[in-house]
Design a protein around this ligand. Sequence first.
Ligand SMILES: Nc1ncnc2c1ncn2[C@@H]1O[C@H](COP(=O)(O)OP(=O)(O)OP(=O)(O)O)[C@@H](O)[C@H]1O
Ligand SMILES: [Mg+2]
Length: 250
Amino acid sequence: MAILEVKNLKKSFDNQEILKGISFEMEKGQTLSILGSSGSGKTTLLRCLNFLETPDAGTISVNGNLLFDGAVGHEKGVDLREKRLHFGMVFQQFNLFPQYTALENVTLAPKLEANGKSDEEIMELGKELLVKMGLEDRMNNYPHQLSGGQQQRVAIARALALKPDILCFDEPTSALDPELTGEVLKVIKELADQHTTMIIVTHEIGFARDVSDEIIFMDNGVIADKGTPSQLIDNPSNERTRQFLANYLK
Ligand SMILES: Nc1ncnc2c1ncn2[C@@H]1O[C@H](COP(=O)(O)OP(=O)(O)OP(=O)(O)O)[C@@H](O)[C@H]1O
Ligand SMILES: [Mg+2]
């Protein structure tokens, strides 16, 4: 069974349709990248999956459970927060809490969650995740004491701490200097190798080719093309995909 099934998702802003019926599925343990030109709707799609936006139509199911049905909308009284926990989100701009250390940023949400874990267990998990991100000597630093690449790795640890079914990234390296990009891509690649289920919106086409099981190409609110990296990047048959890649390589 697909871990995620999205059917005919639609979203308009100001009477302009930005997502025009997006449908796709992904399997557990897979990495799906989303490419597409600026304004094609990539961030809007991720925000709909995380319920930061409410879609106008369509359905979203995780592990066969219908989380959202546009015909019904969000049912009153149902905790959106709980639904959001299926998805972890890593943003372009890190969005760490400036007043908390790296470790506190990672442990804050799990401590607030009724997950039956003691604070000690949560601290251990937080430390483990920061070690995994190569930040063992930075746990007690505040965000302003960390480089952009380090802050982004804290943000990834923070998202993982809630054990989401699907970890989503929105251009995780585009706010970083090129020399810091590599260290963040490296940890994302390691997560992919460990079969973390991920959706990655990126402009790093070479990275998407290396890390993805499947790639979606979005154009003007629709999925214009979809395939393995070899189909979509190395041997694109779709004219719009070819144009996009040609512009990128210019
Ligand atoms: N809250 C909003 N209100 C009005 N319009 C919006 C809103 N959010 C996004 N849009 C519009 O939706 C379109 C798609 O935006 P989106 O951010 O999803 O694109 P994107 O593919 O992520 O682009 P980029 O590669 O530049 O990040 C844009 O035209 C944008 O202006
Ligand atoms: Mg975007």
